[in-house]
Design a protein around this ligand. Structure first.
Ligand code: GLU
Length: 313
């Protein structure tokens, strides 16, 4: 595994090597996301000892989008426990698009919490007495992962609110099946808010490092999630975190990770470090093209695949 000293020069060279990679396109289905500068590129790492390094467009801000899903899964697990979360969603890869409805009417529940339907279920489980209280608690918990106050990107939030007919359809279908209870509009609003939390790449690496560090943010020493749920979250990330590329990712990269449509990927090397890459051009699966290249390279270079034999006999 790398130390902070060797990772600095590695990240500098990876940033130079993959900057010319201009394939892919910025997501357009949420109108506000089309405004992202496609050339932005930032790589950040945070080690579990608190040291870190960032290279590239360190000030670039983007929204969490699906990178929020493992963190909200953690909040749902902490609120209602493993049995209930497993009863209402699951851990199976879907093979369908992240916003697909296929099978939902027959099975009655989403296959995993990394697709939109599953994430709407986990959002529906977030605790609180009112819409404001639930959002406040969600934001406070996200802040614990990021290491600083989680802020909402209002423009992205409003843009998605205006165009989320598919998510609305998923949510009402789930309600009709009894998988979601209560105020569907409020649950959906919370889901759209979690996706619209604005971060920079270092903050996202902090979130990954928190999961790598048994749930404690290594910069602030604040606990974001109980150690009891780390394995649940990492398994779901490894199996389902990279859209329909998840199998290839597990095979070739082997780092539990989650990707989001704004062009970010964050990955967890348990007990070692968190890694985040931001670059908005997406490939045909919806994963950041430069992000994919950086993670593949790092995994091979430092034997970061979770099944790499560290001490071959
Ligand atoms: N807010 C996005 C949606 O619900 C998140 C999708 C993603 O990042 O995969 O469609």
């Amino acid at each position: 595994m790398p130390t902070i000293t060797d990772i600095e020069s590695t990240l500098e060279s990876l940033h130079d090597r993959y900057r010319p990679l201009n394939t892919g396109a910025v997501a357009t289905y949420i109108p506000e996301l089309t405004k992202a500068d496609p050339d932005l590129f930032c790589i950040a790492v945070r080690f579990v000892d608190g040291s870190g390094f960032t290279i590239g467009d360190t000030d670039a801000r983007f929204t969490l989008q699906s990178c929020s899903k493992p963190l909200i899964l953690a909040q749902a697990l902490s609120t209602v426990g493993r049995d209930m979360v497993m009863r209402l969603t699951g851990v199976e890869p879907t093979g369908n698009s992240f916003s697909s409805m296929v099978g939902l009417d027959q099975i009655g529940k989403p296959l995993n919490p990394m697709v939109n339907a599953g994430a709407i279920v986990t959002a529906s489980l977030l605790p609180g007495d009112s819409a404001e209280d639930r959002y406040k608690r969600m934001r406070a918990n996200l802040s614990a992962y990021l290491g600083s106050e989680a802020e909402l990107d209002t423009a992205v939030y409003e843009s998605e609110l205006r165009t989320s007919d598919r998510n609305r359809a998923l949510a009402y279908l789930l309600k009709s099946k009894g998988t979601i209870e209560g105020d569907v509009k409020q649950h959906l609003d919370l889901y759209i808010r979690q996706c619209a939390i604005s971060v920079n790449t270092q903050q996202l690496a902090n979130a990954a490092a928190t999961l790598a560090n048994n749930g404690i943010n290594p910069v602030s020493n604040e606990r974001a999630v109980s150690v009891e749920y780390i394995k649940d979250i990492l398994v779901v990330m490894l199996m389902n975190g990279m859209y329909n590329y998840a199998g290839r990712w597990a095979y070739e990269v082997g780092i539990p990770a989650k990707s989001g449509v704004s062009g970010s990927i964050f990955g967890v090397v348990p007990g070692v470090m968190g890694i985040a890459v931001y670059s908005p051009r997406l490939d045909e699966y919806g994963n950041s093209t430069r992000g994919l290249a950086v993670f593949s390279d790092l995994s091979k270079r430092y034997n970061m695949h979770i099944f790499d034999q560290r001490d071959p006999k």
